[in-house]
Design a protein around this ligand. Structure first.
Ligand code: NDP
Length: 331
């Protein structure tokens, strides 16, 4: 049993800084030590997985490697007091899929402290439609909801057709907020409207005005997934005492900004780090998604793919072409 072969996406460094990926075999004995051996049923594709799958050393230092920062499955072996065989667990972030073999393989072995019992109200595939993207959207909305009520004004969501953005649009709408979505996709309107967005603006419009010290106030809250000028402009347009969350960098890791939004309008900028989210908040967010935040997504929001189909989907997410979520069914 301990050395059973299993199927996984393997990323190899062919020659210096040249990477290839293929579906191959790993063995249980290839996995690192850990208290839980989990048979993975589903994983999901996130932007970070695409970086890991293409040799980004900021995400994954050593190759060969199996990416997949998300996994849901059933515990096969446990030496951790909180878990026993047959328990259904969700493991997202920490080091999974970064320098620990991840969910794009049929088995993972991880510390018990990384696992969350799958809440009763969520099926395994539903949990991966959310995955790290949904969890990050949930964290962002959690910090907005604490201080901004739905009648305070519109909430701006950037990178709105992507994984984090689209789930943020759906969740904010469910909670009664009015959402303005920023998208660079000319054909995104139907998709975003079906998730609940009331207004859609283009990326160009959303990044204009950063040469001004401050801009006319518009947003009671912002879920930003892209960084750069779009985040700077959103902060300069944020209403007094609004909450702006920042989780991503697909546009830029830079934030070209002055301090005026903070010192003249009391705008609060909240950093979102889902990877190291403390376990109590982690459990709360998963629990919320299984009951009061339970989302039903429109037809076509997510697609289920095999390990073999990951390749083309990795390319799409890297090019910013992702719409909704991709979940990976392990054989
Ligand atoms: P996706 O690739 O699914 O979505 C990103 C979206 O951003 C795209 O669909 C696109 O949406 C928009 N976009 C793409 N390129 C650009 C660009 N050059 N300028 C402006 N917008 C662009 O990624 P995720 O939603 O999974 O992740 C979003 C970001 O959040 C990533 O940077 C990711 O690394 C980060 N992240 C951070 C986490 C954390 O804990 N801090 C956790 C999870 C993700 P549209 O066409 O609609 O504009």
């Amino acid at each position: 049993m301990t050395d059973r072969p299993f199927k996984a996406l393997i990323v190899e460094e062919k020659s210096k800084n040249e990477f290839q990926r293929f579906v191959g075999k790993r063995r249980i004995s290839d996995l690192p030590d850990g208290e839980l051996l989990v048979k993975v049923h589903y994983s999901s594709l996130n932007y970070k997985d695409a970086l890991s799958a293409t040799g980004n050393r900021g995400v994954t230092r050593k190759y060969p490697h199996t990416p997949g920062i998300d996994a849901v499955g059933v515990v096969e072996k446990s030496s951790h007091n909180d878990f026993e065989p047959e328990d259904r667990v969700v493991v997202t972030s920490y080091d999974l899929g970064m320098n620990t073999p991840g969910g794009f393989g049929q088995y993972i072995r991880v510390p018990g402290a990384w696992a969350v019992p799958l809440p009763d109200g969520l099926s395994m595939d539903e949990s991966m439609v959310l995955g790290t993207a949904g969890f990050t959207a949930g964290m962002s909305v959690h910090f907005i909801e604490k201080e901004v009520s739905p009648d305070a004004g519109d909430i701006l969501v950037t990178g709105a057709t992507g994984g984090v953005g689209s789930i943020a649009v759906a969740l904010l709408t469910k909670l009664g907020y009015t959402v303005t979505a920023v998208s660079g996709k000319p054909d995104a309107a139907d998709f975003l409207t079906s998730l609940g967005a009331k207004t859609i603006i283009g990326r160009d419009a959303a990044s204009q005005g950063n040469d001004q010290a401050l801009l006319k106030t518009k947003w009671a809250g912002v879920v930003d997934t892209v960084g750069g000028d779009i985040l700077a402009v959103a902060l300069k347009s944020a209403k007094p005492w609004s909450v702006v969350t920042c989780c991503g960098l697909v546009a830029s890791p830079d934030l070209p900004l002055n301090v005026f939004p903070f010192i003249l309008r009391g705008v609060k900028l909240v950093g979102i780090d889902s990877q190291n989210c403390p376990m109590p908040l982690r459990k709360t967010i998963w629990q919320c998604f299984s009951d009061q935040w339970k989302l039903s997504f429109p037809e076509g929001f997510s697609k289920e793919i095999s390990l073999e189909a990951l390749d083309e989907n990795i390319e799409r997410i890297l090019q910013g072409g992702q719409k909704g979520r991709v979940i990976v069914k392990l054989p």
